[in-house]
Ligand binder design. Structure first.
Ligand code: ATR
Length: 273
């Protein structure tokens, strides 16, 4: 049977085996999908062994995404842009192809929620790995504006400069943000410390869409805060998780699984439905 797995540390909490097992059942693909949690300095050996022993593909998550970038034989254009790999496929000619499906997953989930990105005024919070992965797929949708705000402003400026060739993207300091945005995407890891990005409440209005790449069994701090300020459409990153997995499954198997039923099952599994 074809073997896949996710590398991460820690990875025991990963929902990827659950998601890919449902995709496989739905599309009648024979495969098994497991977990691997090597020590950080043993990751490269562990990855090589997996493929030497017949593995067909894998996902890579925190803290291995950047390291994987240098370990694969070839990079897809979107992995190159993202500066990180979350999906590896062993091609028929034995090449380890590094890809990144995170940004495509974000865009697919936004669309599944009915958000129209073309002509959209987008504010992206954060300038780390998650923001970098999202930029090219977002710009490909031709938003009318894409502003990056980050606690360390220089990093937002650097990112805006790096992606400038793909469309109108600029950096702005949190305290100088003004105007009306249609969509705010939180890519920061502030929620992990129970913190909030320093955003002025005045930027939230009833018609705005709020997306937090984080998810949990209840509202993330950012979503809770946005609701308090009057935001009606709020979305967490669970849909992005399922959509990036669907994109990886498509890369491996050449068949695209449906996501919405799997997302419902995942919510049921998490006790949030
Ligand atoms: P990831 O790969 O998840 O993007 P990262 O590369 O470490 O993780 O980036 C984390 C992002 O969250 C950064 O943009 C970080 O801001 P800095 O560049 O100033 O470090 C942002 N971030 C983390 N904690 C934050 C907080 N409490 N408030 C605002 N931004 C925060």
């Amino acid at each position: 049977m074809d073997r896949y797995l996710v590398f991460g540390h820690p990875v025991r909490h990963s929902k990827s085996p659950f998601i890919h097992t449902l995709f496989a059942r739905q599309t009648q693909q024979e495969l098994e999908y497991g977990l691997a949690e090597p020590a950080v300095d043993e990751f490269a050996d562990s990855l090589r062994s997996f493929f030497a022993e017949g593995g067909k593909g894998c996902n890579v998550t925190v803290p291995f995404k950047e390291q994987t970038f240098a370990l694969v034989d070839r990079l897809s254009p979107r992995a190159k842009r993202a500066g990180a790999v979350n999906t590896i496929k062993l091609t028929d000619d034995g090449v380890l192809l590094g890809d990144n499906t995170d940004g495509a997953g974000l865009v697919a989930d936004l669309k599944a929620h009915g958000v129209i990105l073309t002509g959209c005024r987008i504010l992206l919070l954060g300038a780390g790995g998650a923001a970098r992965g999202a930029l090219a797929p977002l710009l490909a949708e031709l938003p009318s504006e894409l502003v990056i705000a980050n606690r360390t402003h220089a990093k937002a400026e650097q990112l805006a400069a790096e992606f400038h060739d793909l469309g109108g993207v600029m950096a702005q300091r949190y305290e100088l943000l003004e105007g009306v945005f249609d969509l705010i995407i939180n890519s920061t890891s502030a929620s992990l410390q129970g913190e909030l990005p320093p955003l002025a409440p005045a930027l939230i209005h009833a018609d705005i869409a709020i997306y937090d790449m984080m998810y949990g069994t209840s509202d993330t701090p950012f979503i809770g805060w946005a609701r308090q300020q009057g935001a009606c459409q709020v979305m967490d990153g669970l849909g992005m998780l399922v959509e990036q997995a669907a994109e990886a499954f498509t890369v491996w198997r050449g068949i695209r699984p449906g996501t919405q039923q799997v997302l419902r099952e995942l919510k049921r599994n998490l006790g949030t439905l």
